[in-house]
Design a binder for this molecule. Sequence first.
Ligand SMILES: [Zn+2]
Length: 349
Amino acid sequence: MLGSEMVESSTVIGHQVTLNRLSVAISKGQNSHAYLITGPESVGKNSVARYLASALNCENVSEIPCGQCAQCNRISRSVHADCETISVDLDGYLHGDGNKRTVITIEQIRRIIRECYLKPYEGKYRVYIIQQCDRMSEEASNALLKTLEEPPEQVVLILLSSVPEKILPTLVSRAQVISLKKVNWLELEKGLIQKFNLDKKIAEELSKTCDGKPGIAVKMLEDEKYRKWRSDALDEAETLAESGPYQRFLYGGSFSKRYTKDREDSIAVLTLWQEWWRDVLISSYGINNSIINQSRIDKISYYANQYGSTNSAKNVRILTQAIAKLQKNFNPSLTIEQLMLGMPILAKK
Ligand SMILES: [Zn+2]
């Protein structure tokens, strides 16, 4: 996480209306002390947060953030002393014990609270970006809430979450909510061409594949491991579409084990399967142009013929329900078993 942020450019793909609104407000001195940026995984919450941090600290008077001045430059390179990102300390690095954590701890929040009463070192504002803020422990949330009741003048907190319903409501009510939606294809395509200098054809296919989430497009371009992970998960979706009840039952057992080892990853795999089935459903209506996984269109049309729209729709629905249950911490092995047994099976010829 820390490594990948170093190369991230400050250019945001999409969300232009939101960005303009924020930059106008900030240039008039009408910024909030707390923002909550919500929206699906990879939709651009981090990029918008950095944009905000730059706008708040930019040296330029009009057209902020300028993206050129020393402040903007240092924020985009993640070396600004007053702009810090806080996230779940997955490997216990910050705590020095190497133990995995699943929450943002009270110690992490206490440190921010202590620091935020100090004057900024180099910019106008101290900006703290709290990723996955729904993962704050109750103690941590309450401590942060106290600070937000009387926030120090030169501090701005930016909370990020894709599951805002899990955040303490009193905390939400203290923040200005910025809700990001998926970016439409054309805007995404334009953004990808601008940012990566891509060929129009490649940008077009990529913007369809990432389903309105620019972060996925960036990973598809820059992260070979991600490409492999994605391709494996889609292979699995095809294998499952082909398999019978007994195979699925066995598969469910091994998927449950995988879930115990890596919950986030498993939910991401299910989300890809859901997208793949939505493609099959769309294809069953003959609208192949809107398919996300364009590179797999042959298999998708094949299964659209085999399953038909009713069963494809049922698969989308069952996967959507399973993902929602897992996110709400329902019993995982039961949920996965119900999923595997509930998905319609291909009638044998
Ligand atoms: Zn600037």
